[in-house]
Design a protein around this ligand. Structure first.
Ligand code: KIV
Ligand code: NA
Length: 268
């Protein structure tokens, strides 16, 4: 099978073809999403919430994401695998950003990296791109900065907000990013950014006019803890949580009753 490449995404934008991205954190989801035809998989630092059980993405480490990235790469023969650079692994300096990005490529086999930030991080983006590593940027609500942003809030509202978002989108494009995630921004602002920058925009809570969309797979498949509030921008396409709960409780019941294992599961 042919691997999705960065230039394919650019070509899809030129043709006006929308494409989906999903997060993946392990080999089975990577294989399933790849076979389902999802061309780009993101090993998001949302793993901090969805896999590791932290309240935020702030504590996630490079080591943790390297392990998950290796698993996703092994499971996905076709998808372009993008690895999130975790908080603290690129903020310190341009040099740190390149070192971390190189590690994801070299030791985990990622095909691209993603980092959060606009004009202020253009120097990091430029340096990583110069190292031969495709970079996906991430603007709007950037979860690694949630304490600075005052929690989960829509970004880019009002004239100033929209202008700043546009300026950031231009800056990351200029720095060489191959795509840009727009998280929780008004639909009309995302539409404007999509029209004005030549690179694909990947929306999450950014309306229908982006070139691409991304969702966290555990949200979209209904595996996330139902006690946690599901954001407005999530659509649940399945109820994996109840499917798994039913399987686990039926298994538990059959073990207790002595109906599992049956003769067909046993050796002579
Ligand atoms: O970590 C993540 O899952 C992300 C996407 C929501 C864009 O950054
Ligand atoms: Na992320």
């Amino acid at each position: 099978p042919r691997r999705t490449r960065v230039h394919h995404l650019q070509e899809m934008k030129a043709r006006g073809e929308r494409w989906p991205m999903l997060t993946a954190y392990d080999v089975n989801t990577a294989r399933i999403f790849d076979e389902a035809g999802v061309p780009v998989l993101l090993v998001g630092d949302s793993a901090g919430n969805t896999v590791l059980g932290y309240d935020t993405t702030v504590p996630v480490t490079t080591e943790e994401l390297l392990v998950l990235t290796r698993a996703v790469v092994r499971g996905a023969p076709r998808a372009l695998v993008v690895a999130d650079l975790p908080f603290g692994s690129y903020q310190v300096s341009v040099e740190q950003a390149v070192t971390t990005a190189v590690e994801f490529m070299k030791s985990a086999g990622a095909h691209a990296v993603k980092l959060e930030g606009g004009a202020h991080y253009a120097d990091r983006i430029r340096a990583v791109v110069d190292a031969g590593i495709p970079v996906m940027a991430h603007l709007g609500f950037t979860p690694q900065s949630e304490h600075a942003l005052g929690g989960y809030r829509v970004q880019g509202r009002g004239d100033d907000g929209a202008e700043k978002l546009l300026a950031d989108a231009r800056a990351v494009t200029e720095a060489g990013a191959f795509a840009v995630v727009l998280e929780m921004v008004p639909a009309h602002v995302a539409k404007r950014v999509t029209a004005e920058v030549p690179i694909p925009t990947v929306g999450i809570g950014a309306g229908p006019e982006c070139d691409a969309q991304v969702l966290v797979w555990t949200d979209m498949a209904g595996l996330s803890d139902p006690a946690r509030r599901t954001p407005r921008f999530v659509k649940r396409y399945a109820e994996m949580g109840s499917v798994l709960a039913d399987a686990a409780s039926t298994y538990a019941q059959e073990v207790r009753e002595g109906t599992f294992p049956g003769p067909e599961h046993s050796f002579d």
